[in-house]
Design a protein. Structure first.
Length: 381
């Protein structure tokens, strides 16, 4: 089953993002996969494992699903990483797109770095020739950036050299000596004292500190809790109906790290590729109904994603109870935890996106398993 889904996911990924110049080399490691220093992979490498180490040369792109990713060798194309920790100390000639808890770059990046993480860092020995775009709680740029840096974070520290402009949306930003911004520094902060340029740090262009209007915290407004309650009740009712009719959808396979990472990869591809496919199909009048149906199913999947994930979370937390687990209690516990996690300060938005992607992937896998099991059940009867 995973062979089919993995192949479908990878083909979709390269249909959207990558050049078709290389064939696919799909490898799995249990628990570790290593491309040794003496090895050259002439194709695009798709790697699965608890730990993936790339010490040799990959002439195509690298797509990796793992708990820990270490790139010490050379990747001639792009790197798409879905992991807990991503560490790049080698050379990547294309882009780095990292979805992880921590993303660190210590080496040379020929193009751009896109990081979606809790902590993201361009280390002091790193060289990024293009742009750096980070969505995280803590962002640090200690190395060299050849173009612009755009940062969405709670805290931003810049000790390195950004050749052009820096735009920051953060709670706090500090330019620390010997940090340098070659162009303009634009900082969106809650108060002027949260943007600091230390002595010895330089800004070649204009420094524009934009103070956001002071707004009451959403956590002290009644409307926030009303809308959260409406979402919780609506998702609870939908989940009860859905899992009563289709029980298999309430038991997604997310028991291992590998299964979670695969669900995340499939979910990301479904999130990105589905609207593109719908637009292409909808260009013709004949394909317009199919395109609208596809978009409708896509939106429904995005809504159901966190409900499916809530079922798994609730079952995982309550599975050690002596009495049988009640579906209503499972859903209530899972949905409540998701509501809290997606509304955490600063990182709630990133958590919401990640949970939706993983949940959508889990939903796709559960649907595939259910549809595959139905013909077998009919045949056996």
């Amino acid at each position: 089953m995973w062979d089919f889904l993995s192949a479908t996911a990878v083909l979709a990924l390269f249909g959207v993002f990558a050049s078709p110049a290389h064939a696919l080399d799909v490898r799995r490691g249990d628990p570790q996969l290593t491309v040794r220093a003496s090895e050259t992979v002439d194709d695009t490498l798709v790697a699965f494992g608890e730990t993936v180490n790339v010490e040799g040369v990959v002439n195509g792109d690298l797509v990796v699903f793992a708990r820990s990713v270490n790139i010490r060798g050379s990747v001639k194309g792009n790197v798409f990483g879905f992991a807990q920790h991503i560490d790049v100390s080698g050379a990547v000639e294309g882009d780095i797109v990292g979805f992880a808890q921590t993303v660190q770059s210590h080496g040379r990046v020929g193009q751009n770095v896109f990081g979606f993480a809790q902590t993201a860092r361009v280390s002091d020995d790193a060289q990024v020739n293009g742009n750096v775009t980070l969505f995280c709680a803590d962002a640090a740029i200690d190395g060299a950036v050849g173009r612009d840096a755009t940062l969405f974070a709670s805290r931003v520290d810049i000790r390195g050299d950004v050749s052009r402009n820096v735009v920051s949306y953060s709670d706090r930003i500090t330019l620390i000596a010997p940090g340098r911004v070659g162009g303009d520094l634009t900082a969106h902060v809650s108060s002027a004292d949260r943007a600091r340029i230390a002595e010895g740090a330089t800004v070649g262009g204009k420094t524009d500190i934009r103070v956001r209007p002071l707004q009451p915290s959403r956590y002290v407004t009644l409307s926030f809790y009303i809308w959260q309650l409406i979402w919780l009740v609506g998702a609870f009712i939908v989940g009860l109906v859905l899992f009563s009719v289709f029980p298999a959808l309430g038991r997604p396979d997310l028991e291992s790290t590998t299964a979670v990472l695969k669900a995340g990869g499939i979910g990301l591809l479904a999130t990105l590729a589905t609207p593109i496919v719908a637009i292409i199909v909808g260009i013709t009048l004949i394909g317009l109904p199919a395109a609208l149906l596809t978009l409708g199913l896509w939106l429904a999947g995005l809504y159901l994603a966190k409900i499916v994930l809530a079922s798994f979370i609730g079952r995982a937390l309550l599975k050690h109870r002596a009495q049988p687990v009640n579906l209503a209690l499972v859903l209530l516990v899972g949905l409540a935890l998701i509501a809290v996690a997606t509304n955490l300060p600063y990182i709630g938005g990133v958590v919401n996106v990640l949970l939706t992607i993983i949940g959508l992937g889990a939903l796709v896998v559960a649907l595939y398993q259910m549809l595959r099991a139905r013909p077998a059940a009919i045949a056996s009867s």
